[in-house]
Design a protein around this ligand. Structure first.
Ligand code: KG4
Ligand code: ZN
Length: 338
């Protein structure tokens, strides 16, 4: 069964053809990052316009690269939540048009479920149930993956998402947007014990995260140093920040795994490309005798293959949308009603 997956929730227009939720036949991405970089972050209005301009060519490329024609496609899967509303609507409207014109079923996919599916594409042996840490530019969640289409949200960030925190810290210490990968590179050259940074606690839930206090602490270090005319050691600050984030993510994931009785742990989302986060989780899993799964680096960020893969599982579980499908900017993964 061949699913065409369409993703347009943020700043990548992406389209892919995936067979049986396993084999990536094509994975086309038109990135807008170069343009958003000029503004230091994603500008929603620009994102919508670029999606509208790029979506036809990206879809054509995905079909061409896969050697398939629309008549070979069994269903169209599209990200409908969560994300930038104008950006989502471009992908949804395009997918509806394709389905209407070609008499194809339309499958609505939750973006976070899509991120987690990147692990099925990387590790064909991974099967639910397992515990997944999702860390992206917009989300930080600990999720019980009960089945391919059933989820329970264990913990979430109360303020900034991890990726957002990486990007804001990166901007403060002088890196371009999106700064996560620059922090990762600088941290390789720094001493993670050089700066003492706080690990903010969250009242009320031991599985929830809070990153804004950590972000503010780094920003204060940089501003205080500037006022006093002292140079910051960028590599040391990047390494200390990255180590603190890793420790927070690893501690909470370990606690959730032990509390809920999981011995299979996965990570997903753009920040799962981070070398320290991957290693920290891998080490923790080895110490506890847990199995650890992380997506291939090229499948960590937003892509169409993860949507086509999750779309396959949603499709075989019977999920369908009609032409009234709308985008939803905020939708917790365990509140999916379609
Ligand atoms: O999942 P994603 O592509 O988009 C969202 O759904 O939000 O994640 C993008 C985020 C950005 O904040 C980016 O800085 C971060 O992932 N990121 C990284 C790394 N590569 C990408 N953060 C830390 N280390 C990295 N190597
Ligand atoms: Zn994403």
């Amino acid at each position: 069964m061949k699913i065409l997956g369409i993703e347009s929730s943020c700043d990548e227009t992406a389209c892919s053809v995936v067979e049986d939720g396993k084999i990536i036949l094509s994975n086309a991405v038109a990135s807008q990052i170069d343009e958003h970089r000029l503004y230091g972050g994603v500008v929603p209005e620009i994102a919508s316009r670029r999606h509208a301009e790029n979506i036809t060519a990206t879809t054509k490329k995905a079909l061409l690269d896969s050697g398939t024609k629309l008549k070979d496609i069994d269903a169209v899967a599209v990200t409908y939540a969560p994300g930038l509303i104008g950006a989502l609507l471009v992908g949804i409207s395009f997918a509806k048009g394709l389905c209407l014109a070609n008499n194809l079923p339309l499958v609505p996919v939750h973006h976070i479920a899509g991120h987690m599916s990147a692990n099925y594409l990387t590790h064909p042996n991974l099967k639910p149930p397992y515990l997944c840490l999702v860390v992206s530019g917009g989300h930080s969640h600990i999720i019980e993956v009960l089945d391919y289409t059933k989820f329970h949200l264990v913990g979430r960030t109360r303020d900034d998402a991890v990726g957002e925190c990486f990007d804001k810290v990166a901007r403060t210490i002088g890196f371009e947007y999106p700064g996560g990968k620059h922090i990762d590179a600088a941290a390789q050259l720094g001493d993670p014990t050089a700066y003492k940074l706080p690990k903010p606690k969250v009242d009320g839930s031991e599985f929830d995260f809070s990153f804004s206090g950590l972000k503010t602490a780094v920003i204060n270090i940089v501003h205080n140093a500037k006022q006093k005319g002292i140079d910051i050691d960028v590599n040391n600050l990047a390494a200390s920040f990255q180590k603190t984030v890793t420790d927070i993510l690893v501690e909470k994931t370990q606690l959730a795994a032990k509390t809920f009785g999981y011995n299979k742990i996965a990570v997903a989302g753009g920040v799962s490309a981070n070398s320290s986060v991957r290693k920290g989780l891998e080490d923790m899993c080895r110490e506890n005798n847990f199995e650890f799964f992380a997506p291939k680096l090229e499948l960590c960020g937003d892509n169409g293959a993860m949507i086509a893969c999750q779309g396959y599982y949603d499709f075989i579980s019977g999920k369908r949308a009609d032409l009234s499908l709308n985008g939803i900017a905020t939708l917790p993964i365990d509140k999916i009603s379609i």
